[in-house]
Design a protein around this ligand. Structure first.
Ligand SMILES: Cc1ncc(COP(=O)(O)O)c(C=O)c1O
Length: 392
């Protein structure tokens, strides 16, 4: 290669800022070091890859952490939602209320049971289910001849939904509440941990979640012993007395032992990581509040900051993302299309009044790098780049 070109490309490279990861799993991996390698090695030694002792230990530790009486781990957050709906016998003719501003798995689990997801709008400030829209959604479902059966509030981006308001409506209308806490395990609502707020809570251990494993994983948390028992059967093909006694239609929904072993190690540092995420969020908000709409926590809630998501003026997002990208700072859009506008979900009802907030948020939100290992220098780089992009 030409010597001049080599020098030039080296110079350019040294000028290019180091790319910032959106979520830095490698930094966490370095911190965990040998402990996670040894945990996996123990499973490789005992060879109980399915339902090994780590699975029961993890379920006990997740119960102790959250305050839920029973924890049933499973293969993903989607299976966690599905297992609850299957165990409750939700199906054709039933309406299940979901926010439209969420990941598709929330509505997908409902549709897979044969029930009808009815989309509800979200609150402008918290991005979580709007109780007023839920009430309108119940009226919409009833008018269409559906039976209102359940509601799935989502604790979006790590902040818990308004569980008291939703529980009040659910009780009056006879709805079962399934909390979709895929993004919020570890957060609190009025000093109670997620997992002990609704009759059933589903969470995800997808690697990018605040508590993630090294593959797919999930869990259901509940105080209801009977529900937990039915879910244990649903999780293994609807098994009864033993695995060749089939008493219901189920799934192959188990969590791998290796993933349980990884999660046991990660759970040990999870509380510290939540504090570190909070610190990042506070610094971002202090640095950006005068140039963007920064996240706001409702009184009595904490967040685990699965995402740090700001809102920009309509039309500003693409240029903002491009400017940050040119400085090695990635951004992400959760979610660019609300669920009621996604092709497979368009045929399902939307609460009276529509979901205008979900539609606006889909056009205006953008998420910044967020994890517990983001040092202050990097935080400042993100803040500076965002400020430049928004004030030029
Ligand atoms: C709100 C929400 N619900 C459900 C899920 C599904 O979780 P999983 O990917 O573990 O199936 C996710 C995961 O991204 C999510 O964000």
């Amino acid at each position: 290669m030409n010597k001049h070109l080599t020098n030039q490309s080296l110079t350019n490279q040294s000028l290019r800022p180091e790319p910032v990861p959106l979520i830095d799993l490698a930094a966490q991996r370095r911190r965990l070091g040998k402990s996670v390698d040894e945990a996996v090695s123990r499973v490789l030694a005992h060879c109980q890859f399915i339902n090994g002792p780590e699975v029961a230990q993890l379920e006990a530790e997740l119960a102790a952490f959250s305050g839920a009486k029973h924890v049933v781990t499973c293969a993903s957050g989607t299976d966690a939602l599905l297992m609850v709906l299957m165990a409750k016998g939700v199906g054709r003719g039933d309406a299940v209320f979901c926010p439209s501003f969420t990941f598709c798995a929330t509505g997908e689990a409902v549709a897979l049971t044969g029930a009808t997801p009815v989309f509800v709008d979200v609150d402008e400030t918290t991005f979580n289910m709007d109780p007023g829209s839920l009430t309108r959604g119940i009226a919409t479902a009833t008018k269409s001849g559906l039976k209102p059966r359940a509601v799935i509030p989502v604790d979006l981006f790590g902040q818990s939904a308004d569980h008291d308001a939703i529980a009040g409506i659910a009780e009056a209308e006879g709805l079962f509440v399934l909390d979709d806490a895929a993004q919020s395990f570890g957060a609190t609502y009025k000093n109670r941990r997620i997992g002990a707020l609704a009759p059933a809570t589903a969470t995800s251990f997808f690697p990018a979640k605040p508590l993630g494993c090294y593959g797919d994983g999930g869990a259901v948390l509940t105080d209801d012993a009977e529900l937990a028992q039915v879910m244990r059967s649903v999780r293994v093909h609807g098994e009864g007395r033993d695995k060749y006694d089939c008493v219901r239609i189920g799934l192959n929904g188990r969590l791998d032992t290796i993933q349980a072993a990884v999660l046991l190690e990660k759970l040990k540092i999870f509380s510290e990581e939540i504090v570190a995420r909070e610190r990042v969020a506070r610094r971002y908000s202090a640095g950006l509040a005068d140039v963007a709409v920064v996240p706001k926590l409702a009184p009595g809630t904490t967040s685990v900051w699965a995402q740090y998501t700001i809102r920009l003026a309509p039309g500003a997002r693409d240029a903002f993302a491009a400017t940050l990208k040119s400085q090695g700072i990635p951004t992400a859009i959760y979610y660019p299309i609300p669920l009621h506008r996604q092709e497979p979900y368009r045929r399902f009802p939307v609460a009276e009044g529509g979901a205008p907030v979900s539609e606006r948020l889909a056009e205006e939100v953008i998420s910044l790098p967020m994890h517990g290992y983001l040092d202050e220098t990097t935080q400042d780089r993100v803040i500076e780049a965002a400020r430049q992009a928004l004030t030029r």
